[in-house]
Design a protein around this ligand. Structure first.
Ligand SMILES: [Zn+2]
Length: 260
């Protein structure tokens, strides 16, 4: 009989004191947990039902109480929640919260027909904020919301100056190319990279929405600018390790199309 290897749902691991990350099997999507004194703020908890179940169990095992949630942007894989996380308030930037509300039908569809109704009902229940309320931030953290557009309206990176950690949302990935989806988003995307530049230069760690946690935030930012330049110049095959992935090559060619 064939041996069945059990799939171990994404395990939380410590990046630096109080900053935990779990990486989903789906598109290497990252959940970030900021914790101090038994309190936790969840950023983009995700993705599959068994992974969300496991995250709830891991938080309980660590005796963490969830005091808030934050969604970096209104794409379906960044708006998720689980009943085991409790009923703490959840937030997003004003523009992201508006998209989560106004485009709910499409976002639910993107979760897929087999996604459990008990979880899809909780998707996207975020309130708009420009700054996180102190009640939702564990002691030991100061969090700056770097709100911009480009990848999605009101996309938000979180800068933790004390820990020098940049939670980048769907920016600064080592696996995904820049993903503005419309020509109008290109200048906004450039502006978004500028918005992140100071934090990226100071960061010890960068946690992207998809991909690996790294120590090379500024290098990733430069690589993204280089790729946007290459697309604008119509360079067919720029040197960039992310383009080994055929899906990313496809996205790069789309980037070239909207750049010209
Ligand atoms: Zn996204």
């Amino acid at each position: 009989m064939a041996k069945v290897t059990p799939v171990v749902p994404a395990q939380l691991r410590e990046v630096t004191a109080g900053v935990l990350v779990a990486t989903s099997t789906i598109m290497a999507t990252n959940t970030t947990v900021l914790t101090d004194g038994g309190s936790a703020l969840l950023v983009d908890p995700n993705w599959s039902a068994d992974e969300l179940d496991s995250l709830a169990t891991q938080l309980r095992d660590r005796e963490l109480r969830v005091i808030g949630g934050f969604a970096t942007h209104a794409h379906h894989d960044h708006l998720l929640w689980h009943p085991g996380f409790g009923t703490a308030p959840r937030w997003a930037s004003p523009r992201a919260a508006a998209v989560a509300r106004d485009e709910r039908a499409g976002l639910l569809q993107a979760l897929g027909a087999t996604f459990p109704a008990s979880l899809s009902d909780l998707m996207g229940r975020v309130e708009p904020v420009e700054h996180l309320p102190a009640s939702g931030v564990p002691d030991g953290f100061a969090i700056e919301l770097l709100i911009h557009d480009g990848h999605a309206p009101g996309h938000t990176a979180l800068w933790l100056p004390r820990q020098r950690v940049l939670i980048a949302g769907d920016m600064l990935s080592d696996t995904e190319v820049p993903l503005p989806f419309w020509p109008d988003d290109l200048p906004a995307y450039r502006h978004g990279l500028e918005r992140l530049a100071e934090a990226a230069a100071a960061a010890r760690f960068v946690i992207p929405g998809h991909g690996s946690t790294g120590t090379d935030a500024a290098g990733r930012l430069a690589a993204d600018n280089n790729l946007l330049d290459a697309a604008a110049q119509g360079v067919a095959h720029p040197a960039d390790a992310r383009l080994v992935d055929p899906t990313m090559r496809g996205y790069y060619h789309q980037l070239c199309d909207i750049s010209t």
